[in-house]
Design a protein around this ligand. Structure first.
Ligand SMILES: [Zn+2]
Length: 145
């Protein structure tokens, strides 16, 4: 499937702080057989996306540049129609894929669980929803890729 995005190369330079946002690279969406919305068989696009995300994250962490990762996470009693149950809190489905689990120990990485397609609306922390878009310190400006 062709995605409606413009692909371009990214050159990591040091003249502006650059951040990386990773969205839902969790087992429940990316690991074969991990759940209702996970691939049923190995998928080349997903494998490539995971590998490229891990490579990018490694480069950002080496520079101690900010990395922000959303993790789709749902309470078992709160469905997300029209989707079947997925990424239930406390299960491995809601955790980062094995290739990215090391991010949990990096000081420049922020992990944020969310229970909605829109990470700005559905973002929560310690069980408390954050109703406004998460705030990123605007000074210095951060360019996200
Ligand atoms: Zn979800």
């Amino acid at each position: 499937m062709e995605l409606p995005v413009d692909e371009d190369s990214v050159t990591l330079i040091g003249d502006v702080t650059t951040g990386l946002v990773l969205v839902d690279i969790v087992n429940g969406f990316c690991t074969v057989g991990a759940g209702h919305l996970a691939p049923k068989v190995p998928d080349k696009q997903i494998s490539r996306m995971v590998a490229e995300s891990a490579e990018l994250a490694r480069a950002f962490c080496e520079k101690k540049w900010p990395v922000f990762a959303f993790l789709d996470t749902h309470h078992p009693d709160v469905p997300e129609p029209p989707y079947p149950p997925h990424c239930i809190a406390g299960t491995d489905e809601a955790n980062l894929v094995p290739a990215l689990q090391w991010l949990e120990n990096e000081s420049n990485v922020t992990l944020r669980r969310k229970d909605c397609i829109d990470g700005f609306v559905g973002s929560f922390e310690k069980g408390v929803h954050i109703q406004t878009p998460y705030s990123l310190n605007p000074h210095p400006p951060i360019r996200f890729v």
